[in-house]
Design a binder for this molecule. Structure first.
Ligand SMILES: Cc1cc2nc3c(=O)[nH]c(=O)nc-3n(C[C@H](O)[C@H](O)[C@H](O)COP(=O)(O)O)c2cc1C
Ligand code: SF4
Length: 504
């Protein structure tokens, strides 16, 4: 393994401060760090926010923004003489169509505000009180770390970042390592189309996240905490800075570092995130070893999603059993994002395992005649509306050939062409593939091109080989992106065969 290099870790930040990747900035960063210029070019160009310095509007191309007219908006803006770049999902699906202005501030064209679940007695309650005393952390300080992990195990908390892996296993694994230099890392790189729950959690309840991180650090005997937040979340970055300032006494034993992402969705994959933290291109690592054994700087690292970690203070206060019972079919409450064709898109905290109908009810009901939904971000593909009663949890959705993933639910009504919906999702994966495995690099391009050709020519022969290519991608990719990138097409063809028949 390469030795950690403190200079290397700085290069992305230095390029950002220099305004992006230019001949001058690369030379300057080379002078400051001693890293070869070719290496700095290669790293900087990987990140879209560094790649094209200069002011422009960044208009979201995510599924929901496309459903709500991103294409015509782009034409209007261009006609008005604006410089517009089309970018992957901005995490504002509830406010679609959305863009960032030239100063990276959010602009939305939606006629409503985002909705959040009203105060209730669930675990993290987005609308609940803020505890500036950090009393769960104080309680943990009086406990044996093994007992804290036992409470976590009793809670049944599964990682909310997508895979649903039981949290307590990771805490135990880090504690079992002989190495004492250890890290806690918060994954706030949320960038999956349909997903914006971490955004609301950070904006409204940063302290819950910070307290959960401090508890985790205490238990794994570390004081080093990193928060990796996507670069487009400007307000959220400020919210964390504010919260750290407000809680500096309670958190004085811990060293927090906030690191900005620079426009690469793949950096949400935990090992790509580690590469990025180490100042490299965000390319996923082969696993094992898992980050709990060899993570940041090759040291044991506990990586959690924002929502997972924000559940921890309430679990400590009210006990594992209490949290477990909050769920309907699986443990705990869950932040569901819902956007698309519902009355009040937003984030709703509900028992884990509610159905689409129950979630849509919380969001004011459906708009028009719903035909499909994507239950957990682009990676989950599409399900037909006939599955509206299925529990939205890890197990039932996996059994149905889909996944809960990031719980970014998008509802689609009969005004949308399902072939187009698939094409929009495929474009996302093509753009965001890191390119290191051939099946993913080539397969994402091939499948998207074939679907575009089908939409243009109306001849299903264009799709003939896409199933085989999708299989190759699933089997031959290093990380989850390549494994699921063909899912939008595969599921759309399975559940909506009429949308893929010969067209005039
Ligand atoms: C392509 C890809 C993108 C991902 N993006 C995110 C993300 O933005 N945020 C996140 O928490 N997890 C993301 N994950 C999952 C992480 O790899 C990892 O499982 C998670 O951060 C672990 O935290 P948890 O145990 O709390 O879920 C992604 C995974 C893949 C394969
Ligand atoms: S599957 Fe795709 S995104 Fe993942 S490592 Fe391979 S090329 Fe990169």
């Amino acid at each position: 393994m390469q030795k950690p290099n403190a200079n290397r870790e700085k290069i992305i930040e230095l390029l950002e401060h220099a305004g992006g990747v230019t001949e001058e900035s690369v030379r300057e960063v080379h002078r400051q760090t001693g890293i070869a210029e070719a290496d700095i070019w290669g790293t900087g160009l990987f990140y879209t926010l560094l790649r094209e310095p200069g002011k422009r509007i960044r208009l979201c191309d995510g599924l929901t923004c496309q459903m709500f007219g991103a294409d015509s908006l782009a034409t209007e803006l261009a006609a008005a003489g604006k410089s517009v770049e089309r970018v992957s999902c901005l995490g504002q699906c509830d406010l679609a169509p959305a863009s960032l202005d030239e100063d990276m501030e959010l602009v939305t064209y939606a006629k409503h505000q985002t909705a959040i679940s009203p105060p209730n007695d669930l675990a993290m309650n987005l609308a609940g009180d803020v505890d500036l005393n950090y009393s769960a952390l104080a309680k943990v300080r009086e406990m044996n770390p093994e007992d804290v992990i036992a409470v976590l195990e009793a809670s049944g908390l599964q990682g909310r970042g997508g895979a649903g892996f039981p949290a307590h296993f990771k805490w135990t694994s880090v504690r079992q390592q002989a190495e004492t230099e250890r890290y806690v890392i918060c994954n706030a790189d949320e960038a999956e189309p349909g997903t914006f729950k971490d955004r609301e959690l950070i904006l409204r309840q940063s302290h819950k996240m910070l307290e959960g991180l401090a508890i985790a650090a205490f238990v794994i005997e570390s004081n080093q905490i990193y928060i990796y937040i996507r670069g487009e979340y400007t307000n959220e970055y400020r919210a964390i800075e504010r919260a750290l300032e407000e809680s500096k006494d309670a958190l004085k034993d811990f060293e927090f570092t906030i690191v900005k992402g620079h426009g690469a969705y793949i950096c949400g994959e935990e090992t790509a995130l580690l590469e990025s933290l180490e100042g490299k291109r965000g390319m996923p690592r082969l696993k094992p070893p898992y980050p709990t054994e060899s993570g940041f700087r090759g040291k044991p690292s506990l990586i959690h999603n924002v929502e997972t970690i924000a559940c921890v203070p309430a679990i400590i206060h009210r006990g594992g059993e209490w949290f477990r019972k909050l769920g309907k079919t699986e443990a705990g409450s869950k932040l569901y994002c819902i956007s698309g064709h519902v009355v009040a898109p937003g984030v709703y905290e509900l028992p884990l395992g509610v159905s689409l109908d129950e979630l849509a009810d919380a969001a004011g009901g459906y708009v028009g005649n719903p035909i499909a939904f994507s239950p957990g971000g682009a990676s989950s593909g599409f399900l037909p509306i006939s599955e509206r009663a299925l529990p939205l949890d890890y197990k039932h959705l996996a059994d149905a050939g889909s996944m809960l993933g990031s719980a970014g639910v998008v509802v689609i009504n009969d005004t949308v062409d399902m072939a187009k919906a698939a094409a929009w999702q495929l474009e996302f994966f093509e753009r965001e593939s890191c390119g290191q495995c051939a099946p993913c690099r080539i397969g994402t391009q091939y499948i998207r091109r074939q679907v575009d050709q089908f939409i243009q020519l109306g001849d299903p022969v264009s799709l003939e080989l896409t199933g085989d290519v999708g299989w190759e991608m699933e089997e031959g990719s290093i990380c989850g992106l390549g494994m699921v990138a063909a899912k939008p097409l595969e599921s759309a063809r399975k559940h909506f065969p009429d949308a893929f028949k010969t067209r005039d």
